[in-house]
Design a protein around this ligand. Structure first.
Ligand SMILES: [Fe+2]
Ligand SMILES: [Fe+2]
Length: 284
């Protein structure tokens, strides 16, 4: 079973600043083509927030149309750039989305790896929060299926990254989340977005990571400056591959939109000692 993760599409309306400066729509189109072309094809896609730039209905309508060609189901969660009600309204055909309630949290049960979606959105704020009510829901969901390997997805990562501008808009409730997770060893992974980079950390007995964005990445500024800059490093998605009880869950990064011709050195039974790389093997 393969779960593909895309994140931080920041889709806005045609002709918007994001279209002109960051080309987020063109990048999302490439991401969808990429996901459909993967072999084996992922069973599902999770999109971990910053789906839109402003949470507007027109942005979600454009997103809905752009996700339409996806060959597999997509599961969405809101974040600091999203709006719960507008998301619910435009994606009312996404049956897994809870119709009402304060938060958009749900589980997906049909695969050997159970998916649990958490909502970290705080309207009007860049940072996120897991309050007592959201965590009580999580505790109840994890308690009801202790034997099922589980992947949790949410927007804000439950750890500081060392990029201080982003850590200033991090997650509230990390300690309380850790207290829940620690008692549920079936949690294989907590996968997040928000930081537009691949980062991972040990967390409360599991592994937490963030996924690169489908469009602009964040400049890797580790020194203690407040700067926030974006950079067009290759967009990417993550592939969370469930190999079964024994081998567990492995996570790969899959680059989008960059063509890297393969040089076959082993054909499955023998080493091809005389093979040479294709002409465009080396990047310019
Ligand atoms: Fe983002
Ligand atoms: Fe974000």
């Amino acid at each position: 079973m393969i779960i593909a993760q895309i994140t931080d599409m920041h889709l806005s309306t045609a002709g918007s600043r994001n279209d002109r400066l960051l080309r987020t729509a063109a990048h999302l189109e490439r991401a969808v083509t990429h996901l459909n072309a993967l072999r084996p094809r992922p069973d599902a896609v999770i999109a971990t927030g910053d789906l839109s730039e402003h949470g507007r209905v027109e942005e979600y309508e454009r997103l809905r149309a752009m996700l339409e060609p996806l060959a597999m189901p997509a599961y969405l969660i809101p974040s600091n750039h999203d709006d719960r009600e507008n998301l619910r309204r435009v994606f009312d055909h996404h049956r897994y989305l809870p119709r009402d309630g304060s938060f958009i949290q749900y589980t997906v049960e049909e695969w050997p790896l159970r998916l649990v979606a958490l909502d970290t959105l705080v309207p009007g704020e860049n940072g996120g929060r897991l309050c007592a009510s959201r965590l009580a829901w999580l505790e109840a969901r994890l308690t009801e299926a202790p034997e099922r390997p589980t992947l949790i997805f949410m927007h804000h990562p439950p750890f500081a990254t060392g990029i201080i501008s982003m850590d200033g808009m991090g997650l509230d409730g990390i300690e309380a989340l850790a207290a829940v997770i620690r008692h549920h060893p079936q949690v294989e992974r907590i996968v997040c977005g928000h930081v537009h980079r691949p980062i991972l950390r040990r967390f409360a007995g599991t592994v937490a990571c963030t996924c690169p964005a489908t469009a602009h990445q964040l400049a890797l500024d580790l020194p203690p400056e407040g700067r926030l800059a974006v950079v067009m490093e290759p967009p990417a998605c993550m592939l969370h591959v469930w190999l079964g009880e024994r081998e567990g869950l492995v996570t790969h990064v899959s680059l989008i939109g960059t063509r890297h011709p393969a040089f076959t050195v082993f054909d499955g039974s023998r080493w091809l000692k005389d093979a040479v790389p294709p002409a465009d093997f080396h990047p310019n």
